[in-house]
Design a binder for this molecule. Structure first.
Ligand code: C6P
Length: 400
């Protein structure tokens, strides 16, 4: 099984010249040569602005950019590529939704989030809730880090207008039942948003099957470059929404007095978009498709199971999030060792893990921790990586 991942590792230049063990994939993933080449090729061969330049390299730039949109669209099984909006990342996508969706809400209307949300799926809602006197509620989590839906009727009420939940938690690794949650939201007439930042890179996303209204994610967590993300939404809802930003290309007509909007997706893509980054994301999707999302899922499942077995043997370890439905994210604390110290020791062995609040401070307060250590996997990680990680931890423990 490690042969499979080691072969993949060869496609990633960052692993060429070092023995780096990279276990911080929930923060960002490494980039394969093909993605780096696609970005380089854009700048070297056809750098021009898109949708405006009607000379040859401009047309080619637009083609590569729009091809990337098509690739994203089929990757998530969107009914139409018009529904795929390029943003700078999941954070911008969620800010766009918060800003554009609340204009139809009344004071006292409720937005339902969960205790396991990332700040990007809390703070944008807090900003608009304050402005429009809306109420934010949080679905609780249970002991194993799953959403506690036992009293769901107390949370999904007539007042609930928007439900926005992570597909996969970046701290607990829990994979949430997106289709079920979308159904629960729709049964009370609410809009359902899935924050797929940790979902799209690791699990099969089928927005038709999920029947969510919006699905957002970031390119850099799925082998693509930073600076590009996706907002997918149902046509009808996108058409009804006001734009988030004004500027070039998002308009149909502009006079000194007023403006009218372009069609979707362009209505939401003001200014020069992240052209090279979108093309890089397209190349990342090509790469993921050649590997196959089912193979990725199965590799990560085996690796996570193995890692949990190994990590649980570490003395005085506390693992946060033990759902059976868990992706390749393991957060933990070891008694009497600050996660920060642990990370520094591991770094000496060239092992990269993340430590801190993971931009999920409210969740950490539920877990009664101020900081945790976190390892997270992707396609190039091996059993050997996990063994070396455990060895390094045990070495650190013996030091303490
Ligand atoms: N989580 C992590 O180390 P951006 O930064 O826009 O690409 O993604 C934001 C985001 C939104 N939702 C979830 C569930 C996320 O995990 C993230 C990013 C990284 O866990 C960086 S804090």
């Amino acid at each position: 099984m490690d042969d499979w991942a080691n072969k993949i590792k060869n496609d990633f230049p960052i692993f060429d010249s070092s023995d780096l063990i990279y276990l911080d994939n929930a923060a960002t993933t490494q980039k394969p040569e093909s993605v780096i080449n696609a970005i380089n090729a854009f700048y070297k061969e056809t750098n021009a602005n898109v949708h405006r330049a009607i000379y040859s390299i401009g047309n080619e730039a637009t083609k590569r950019f729009e091809d990337a949109r098509e690739k994203v669209s089929s990757f998530i099984n969107a009914p139409s590529s018009k529904e795929v909006i390029f943003t700078s990342g999941a954070t911008e996508s969620l800010n766009l939704l918060a800003s554009s969706l609340v204009s139809n809400l009344k004071p006292g209307d409720e937005i339902l989030l969960s205790e396991m949300e990332h700040h990007s799926n809390i703070v944008p809602w807090q900003i608009v809730a304050k402005k429009f006197n809306l109420i934010i509620r949080y679905l609780p989590i249970d002991q194993i880090g799953e959403l506690d839906l036992n009293n769901s009727e107390d949370f999904f009420t007539k007042k609930t207008k928007i439900v926005s939940i992570a597909h996969v938690s970046n701290v607990l690794g829990t994979i949430n039942p997106i289709k079920k949650l979308a159904g629960m939201a729709h049964s009370i007439g609410a809009i359902f948003i899935a924050d797929g930042a940790q979902g799209a890179p690791h699990t099969k996303v089928d927005v038709k099957e999920f029947d969510c209204d919006f699905y957002v994610f970031s390119g850099h967590k799925m082998l693509g470059p930073t600076g590009v993300g996706i907002l997918w939404g149902k046509t009808k809802l996108l058409e009804e929404m006001d734009p988030f930003m004004g500027g070039g290309e998002m308009i149909e007509d502009v006079s000194f007095e007023e403006s009218t909007w372009n069609n979707i997706p362009y209505k939401f893509e003001a200014g020069t978009p992240n052209i090279a980054q979108a093309i890089g994301l397209g190349a990342a999707i090509d790469y993921l498709n050649t590997i196959g999302i089912e193979n990725i899922q199965s590799h990560e499942k085996k690796l996570t199971r193995y890692a949990l077995e190994q990590v649980s043997q570490i003395k005085n370890i506390m693992i946060h999030g033990t759902s059976n439905n868990k992706s390749g994210v393991i957060s933990f604390n070891i008694k009497d060792i600050h996660p920060q110290d642990l990370t520094q020791f591991l770094d000496q062995d060239n092992i990269a893990i993340r430590v801190g609040q993971h931009c999920a401070q409210p969740l950490l307060s539920v877990l009664k921790e101020t900081s945790t250590a976190r390892i997270s996997f992707y396609i190039y990680n091996t059993h050997e990586d996990i063994d070396k990680f455990c060895h390094s931890i045990n070495k650190t423990l013996s030091y303490f």
